[in-house]
Ligand binder design. Sequence first.
Ligand code: SF4
Ligand code: MG
Length: 278
Amino acid sequence: MNELAPLATLGAADFKSAYKPIWCPGCGDYTVLSSLTKALATIQRPPHEVAVVSGIGCSSRIPAYTSCYGFHGVHGRALAAATGLKVARPDLTVIVTGGDGDGYSIGGNHFMHACRRNVDMTYIVMDNHVYGMTKGQASPTTEPDWDNKLSPGGTGIRAFHPLVIALAAGANFIGRGFSGDPNGTAAIIAQAIRHPGFSFVEILSPCITFRPEQKGWKEIVRAAPVDPTDDPALAARRIMTDDGFNIGVLYAGHRNPYPARVGLAERSVAELEREFEL
Ligand code: SF4
Ligand code: MG
């Protein structure tokens, strides 16, 4: 009997589609896409065993730029669609991508409850503190004093803190990356995918069109000066007291993921339909 030939090793290019991204030249999302495909090459699951789900926004275009199965849904609902997908198909690696506007505003409720449910999937948010696709409105993570023509003098509203919300709501893995550090970000994403339960990776990804000053982020990000912790109280203290530019894995917990219960339905769809007949 012939031995089966070993499967070819997959490289990052195997996870890219033929579509060229249409982001503005210099947008941080280009390197986040590269980091994602590098991370998938590290994981070595073939593209047909991976699904990338998104909502709406510049960064939510990512599924089309990968060779994986993709679902480009409606604004703020990516986590709901991905949760259904993962529960129905626990064999797939499910990755959700999007931005701060999509994920923390209209999608904020789904974000908290996805952390709480702890379904085994990875949520990557490209945070640029602005709504890019709809031309530069303040988003939930915009600094209160960001002065621009749509909110003269700033909104005056305290910025949302996604990492500490994720921790409090029960996310099992929390990391922060920077688009200017593609290899480091790829490593964080790979760890997030491998970690059981709901993994949240926030990536600082400059919008050079509406927030050109974010080019300066490369001067201030630095590796978090501490090792990851599994102690949520310690992680909370660190996350609440850093300045938002420490990158790395900040929390890796031990909660059991939401268990797959596929095939446990006791009644068929036809029976359920009969029950609700008028
Ligand atoms: Fe990127 Fe901003 Fe351009 Fe959108 S508007 S593609 S976030 S640079
Ligand atoms: Mg944004």
